[in-house]
Design a protein around this ligand. Structure first.
Ligand code: SAM
Ligand code: SF4
Length: 417
């Protein structure tokens, strides 16, 4: 690990102790009093597996998928019931993957299982592969309650798609399908900073997304996970920054607001599955974040189904937070959404933000990474890029290691990072 970043992390956390994840899980995640509670459901099936993709995914098989969805409904009911009678209010529901659209005919049943235990007043988001963006599947998703789509286009440039091992995306057919079955948010995912990608390529992708009917775009820089490089070499910071600046400028010309480090939206469109104070995750690999803990389910579909059949929650690893680390985690996701509101921090932790992180915030202001406006701290463009560098560092130092282990061991005893 880079020693400067290690020291900075220890200073921020006021601790040199490593993160200790263990198999000592609660019988069910204690979410009864959690405010601003998001829901996430993982559906790991894909028609084919992309070499660059780090997520928990397996090749689609109809019988396995049906068994998995039965187990998923079991987990939802067991966790939901553990908080006692009545329905808890959820601030969001997102289906991610894998490719949840492959389970479209059963998504309505999963939503019904969730609605028995949760009120879900703010719409439902679903990820899909461009191959699934056809009118019949879109109608099935809409009938299941989906109001937001996230389509993994990655690029409209055939040359860049080929480098990712993907076929060209037929933009006119995609646009026609999206016109025929409208959704509140149509988000398109892109991966940028691919070898040989020019600013003209990136700008053309922005234009093509809005022409095809997107009102929200996410541009993620390629991250080179140790177990999922797909033969691609990561681009250096300077080139990456130039591409991101070109993307941000073009999105602004399309009338977009920057809504997070990587997302740009038009007309108030929203798609954000992660920036919650608390969330419950269902399905393999799904993470849960609560006031005092972070936990992650097993990555193995078979082990997941077997645990549910035994009447147990499929948690693989749990991290118990120190208060300081929980605050840092909160700040990380708040800054991911670009703006931190000191009032939200204080109402969540009962401690003024300036008392907990006054010196750090003043330093970040002096470095030009954040701007303060009363209780609001907003990342500048320079700060947003610094955030990305830090995010990449943590992704490779923590998530890469955790996912790398969980891909091979369904229920590890412990893990120290
Ligand atoms: C679960 S996938 C998307 C859904 C769908 N299965 C698809 O591929 O179209 C979520 C998104 O993560 C992004 N992604 C995947 N691997 C990545 C990597 N190595 N670096 C950066 N972004 C990545 C892609 O933009 C992808 O659309
Ligand atoms: S990028 Fe999408 S389609 Fe490809 S393996 Fe990952 S989740 Fe599946």
């Amino acid at each position: 690990m880079n020693p400067v970043r290690t020291l900075a992390a220890a200073w921020l956390a006021r601790s040199f102790r490593p993160f200790e994840f263990t198999d000592e899980a609660d019988p069910a995640p204690p979410f009864a009093g959690a405010r601003n509670l998001g829901l996430y459901v993982h559906v790991p099936f894909c028609r084919s597996l992309c070499g660059f993709c780090p997520y928990c995914r397996v090749r689609y098989d109809e019988a396995l998928c049906a068994r998995y969805l039965d187990a998923l409904e079991g987990e939802i009911e067991a966790v939901g019931a553990s908080a006692g009678p009545g329905r808890r209010r959820a601030t969001s529901l997102y289906f991610g993957g894998g490719t949840p659209a492959l389970a479209a005919p059963r998504l309505g049943r999963v939503v019904a299982a969730l609605e028995r235990r949760f009120e879900i007043p703010d719409g439902i988001g679903v990820e899909l592969h461009p191959d699934d963006a056809v009118p019949a599947t879109l109608r099935t998703l809409r009938d299941a309650g989906a109001t937001r789509l996230s389509i993994g286009v990655q690029s409209f440039r055939p040359r860049l798609l080929a480098s990712l091992g993907r076929r060209p995306v037929p933009a006119p057919a995609l646009a026609a399908a999206l016109r025929s079955v409208p959704f509140d948010t149509v988000s398109m995912d892109f991966i940028f900073a691919l070898p040989g990608q020019t600013a003209a390529d990136a700008v053309a992708d922005v234009d093509a997304a809005f022409a095809a009917g997107a009102n929200h775009v996410a541009f993620y820089p390629f991250i080179d996970f140790s177990f999922a490089r797909g033969g691609i070499t990561a681009t250096g910071d300077r080139a990456k920054r130039a591409l991101l600046d070109a993307i941000a400028r073009r999105c602004a010309e399309h009338g977009c607001e920057r809504t997070s480090i990587w997302t740009f939206a038009r007309n108030g469109a929203r798609y954000s599955s992660m920036t919650r104070e608390n969330y419950l995750g269902f399905g393999c690999s799904a993470a849960t974040l609560l006031e005092r803990q972070f936990k992650v389910n097993t990555f193995s579909v078979e082990a997941y189904c077997a645990r549910i059949a035994e009447g147990r929650i499929p948690t693989a690893l749990t991290l118990r937070f120190t208060p300081r680390r929980r605050m840092l985690y909160w700040l990380f996701w708040a800054f991911y959404g670009l703006t931190v509101d000191a009032r939200d921090f204080e109402s969540f932790f009962g401690v003024p933000l300036r008392r907990a992180f006054g010196a750090e915030l003043r330093l970040a202001q002096r470095l030009g990474w954040i701007r303060r406006d009363g209780p609001l701290y907003r990342l500048t463009d320079r700060g947003a890029f610094r955030f990305h560098q830090m995010e990449r560092h943590y992704t490779l130092a923590y998530i890469d290691r955790m996912w790398g282990l969980l891909r091979n061991v369904p229920f590890p005893k412990s893990m120290r990072i």
